[in-house]
Design a binder for this molecule. Structure first.
Ligand SMILES: Cc1cc2nc3c(=O)[nH]c(=O)nc-3n(C[C@H](O)[C@H](O)[C@H](O)COP(=O)(O)O)c2cc1C
Length: 356
């Protein structure tokens, strides 16, 4: 749909030069994304914070700030970056902090700052250094390579030993994980994703909020360093005005439904995460678990994508939980499988305040 609009505009006279000026180039974007994902070198605190910011996070709002002390680091919620329509109780915001905390702990330990995570009473996460040797976990290498890959996968089954290794890496106190690889239950979850998608796309407030976070081209993705870059979701790049126009007028629910269905049908399985309790501490724990799940999957050559619609649409949560015989609130739904790589998503440059 968007590709058709793009071609029409070019032939209508905007011209390739004008198009490029308005959108920026994918080559420049690739250089930008690679720089963000360089090694942990030099192995300083700037690099540790940069690795923390490469974590998964809802709508790529990056709702965090970092504070460094002499013997500790803190990740604090940045409530200016809330998404109140899709995430009215800040559930995703705290899960996102947990994802960043998982990366931070791995990167800090790899650069000679082993330590442990705890939960600050004000909703933040604390990482206190402990004496010990640097710890180079293989998951560290996956941090810059992990992405949410919103593409069709190749349908291949995953060996049981590989799944067991991912499950082990994701194990986190206070969180349980249900892995589903049989088609009957994947189909039940898929139908809930489609129901959630329809509900959200019919909600003007949801669509308005989503549109604010879409970056339709490399130029705007690099300028803000946040948001959902269209190419990272497998969509074509467009000048911003045209992208917004297309988003308002041409987004088609039936087409989106078919795309989600194809993507889930091509996946090897789904993972559903449940926190023991529904509070910020447990949402942070869930974030740690699902980030570690994604890193282990990446390390083992798999791709993952969040398909959280039946978590975000509150009235679908019980049905999603029932797919795996649960009654608690489900926190995160992820699909996984073998698939292609897409362009990476942007990040704001890593910054922190220091009281050291
Ligand atoms: C709590 C949470 C919920 C998310 N929900 C969705 C979702 O429903 N659909 C989706 O496509 N991506 C979802 N994501 C993925 C983010 O959009 C993604 O992590 C972000 O855009 C950064 O991209 P990256 O993970 O590829 O670096 C979610 C991520 C988190 C942490």
């Amino acid at each position: 749909m968007l590709a058709g609009v793009g071609a029409a505009l070019v032939t209508a006279g905007a011209g390739v030069g004008g198009w490029r000026a308005a959108s920026g180039s994918m080559a420049d974007y690739a250089t930008y994304a690679a720089r963000l994902r360089g090694n942990l070198a030099p192995p300083d605190l700037q690099a540790v914070v940069r690795y923390a910011t490469l974590a998964a996070n809802g709508h790529n709002t990056q709702p965090w700030s970092f504070r460094l002390e002499t013997q500790a680091m803190e990740i604090r919620p940045d409530l200016r970056r809330r998404t109140p329509v899709v995430d009215p109780d800040d559930h995703h915001l705290y899960v996102s902090l947990g994802c960043a905390a998982a990366n931070l702990a791995l990167a800090a330990a790899a650069t000679g700052r082993p330590g442990e995570l705890s939960f600050a009473a004000d909703g933040g996460v604390r990482y206190d250094y402990l004496p010990g040797q640097p710890r180079l976990d293989p998951l560290v290498g996956a941090i810059p390579r992990r992405q949410c890959t919103r593409a069709e996968y190749d349908g291949r089954t995953i060996p049981a030993a590989v799944l067991a290794e991912i499950e082990r890496a994701a194990a986190t106190p206070g969180v349980s994980l249900a892995l589903v690889t049989d088609r009957a239950r994947i189909n039940r979850a898929r139908d809930l994703v489609l129901a959630g998608n329809r509900d959200q796309m019919n909600n003007p407030a949801f669509m308005h909020e989503l549109k604010q976070w879409i970056r339709f081209n490399p130029r705007s993705a690099m300028a803000t360093g946040d948001g959902l870059f269209s190419a990272a979701s497998g969509n074509p790049v467009l000048p911003t005005d045209l992208g917004r126009f297309a988003f308002d007028r041409l987004f088609n629910i039936a087409e989106e439904d078919r795309k989600h269905a194809r993507q889930i049908d091509s996946s090897a399985g789904i993972a559903i995460f449940f926190g023991e309790r529904a509070d910020p501490e447990h949402w942070i724990r869930v974030g740690q678990a699902c980030q570690r799940f994604a890193l282990a999957a990446t390390h083992l050559g798999l791709k993952i994508a969040f398909i959280n619609q039946p978590v975000e649409v509150a009235q679908l949560r019980a049905d999603l939980a029932a797919v795996v015989g649960e009654t608690r609130r489900p926190d995160i739904l992820i699909r996984f499988g073998y698939g292609p790589a897409l362009p990476f998503s942007p990040r704001r440059s890593a910054s922190y305040t220091s009281t050291a």
